[in-house]
Design a protein around this ligand. Structure first.
Ligand code: SF4
Ligand code: SF4
Length: 312
């Protein structure tokens, strides 16, 4: 196939995203826009530009990128950091500014890979994984690249590479089920059981996500599914939300959930992309509260893992 995958990062030696040691492939493009997202550079299914302000030497007089942009996107006002017109950069194909920056402050997010290039990387890493490892497709949302992903997955099966996916399950049901024919292990996020709160936090309603999970369970899929919830103080940490999710899980014979404690690791990236991070001063949750929620699941015979403790 000619289509290429748009990928913003590839990380070898991950040990928390599926069985054994793994190579993680992060696709770009996401239909959700979570207010606490740790990877906001993955939202747009396009190449784009990031500015690391802590590396930029504008305050020392650097202006190397001032006149390089053919579209006039970068401007300097007084002794302030470079002002970038992001709408112009979204259409850029050349990224001249990145190669001229002497301090690696400008970075082109997202590169194109062919199916064979991905397989070559996985074959390179294969001997480092150990017997249980493999590849985990993450993002962004891997399902936004379903045709490309299916081609990669077919080749993974051919080369006996174990696969896993981290997904929002927010995709047309026929696409979702088609991709899952090839998936062996999955984390699926359920961010909030309240439809309006889900829309408020992520930009989309949860109906499609929940119905895709139900369809998957009815389809006879043989893989292992662990639900996941980034757990955020004041957003989805209520007992009521947990009980609704417990009810949904029991109804669909789902018995594993992984609760991730809210963190602000993505905040710097929001700034680098020129976006406002709403969770700067709220969303915190105590470990005691996480344990309280864990007990609600355990009391209902659902295995509940906190943080990196999912057994593989
Ligand atoms: S060239 Fe790089 S370091 Fe210099 S002002 Fe531009 S972004 Fe900053
Ligand atoms: S990414 Fe392209 S449009 Fe944006 S500043 Fe750099 S060269 Fe100009």
């Amino acid at each position: 196939m000619n289509e290429k995958g748009l990928i913003f990062d590839i990380q070898s030696f991950s040990v928390h995203d599926g069985p054994g040691c793994r190579t993680n492939i992060f696709f770009t493009g996401c239909p959700l826009k979570c207010k606490w997202c740790a990877n906001p550079e993955s939202w747009i299914k396009k190449k784009h530009l990031m500015l690391s302000e802590n590396l930029c030497k504008y305050d020392k007089g650097c202006r190397a990128c001032k006149n390089i942009c053919p579209y006039g996107s970068i401007k300097f006002y007084e002794n302030k950091k470079p002002s970038i017109t992001r709408d112009i950069c979204k259409r850029c194909e050349t990224f001249e500014c990145v190669s001229i920056c002497p301090n690696n402050s400008l970075k082109q997010c997202v590169k194109e890979y062919s199916v064979d290039e991905i397989i070559k990387i996985l074959r390179r890493d294969f001997n480092n994984w150990g017997p249980e490892g493999g590849v985990t497709f993450s993002g962004g949302e891997p399902l936004m690249h379903h045709e490309f992903l299916i081609e990669v997955l077919k080749k993974c099966h051919k080369w006996q590479i174990h696969n896993a996916i981290e997904t929002s399950a927010y995709a047309k049901s026929e696409i979702f089920l088609e991709v899952f024919k090839y998936i062996q292990f999955a984390f699926i996020d359920v961010k909030n059981m309240d439809n309006e709160k889900h829309k408020d936090g992520t930009g989309v309603y949860n109906d499609l996500i929940l119905s895709n999970i139900e369809l998957l369970k009815k389809s006879g899929w043989q893989g292992r599914l662990v639900l996941r919830q980034p757990t955020i103080g004041g957003y989805n940490d209520s007992d009521e939300n947990a009980y609704k999710l417990i009810e949904f899980m029991k109804k669909n014979s789902l018995y594993e959930i992984n609760l991730l404690k809210f963190h602000r690791l993505g905040e710097t990236k929001w700034n680098q992309l020129g976006k406002v991070y709403e969770y700067h001063d709220h969303g915190d949750i105590t470990y005691e509260k996480m344990q309280h929620l864990q007990k609600l699941y355990l009391d209902n015979n659902i295995a509940c893992y906190i943080g990196d403790n999912t057994p593989f």
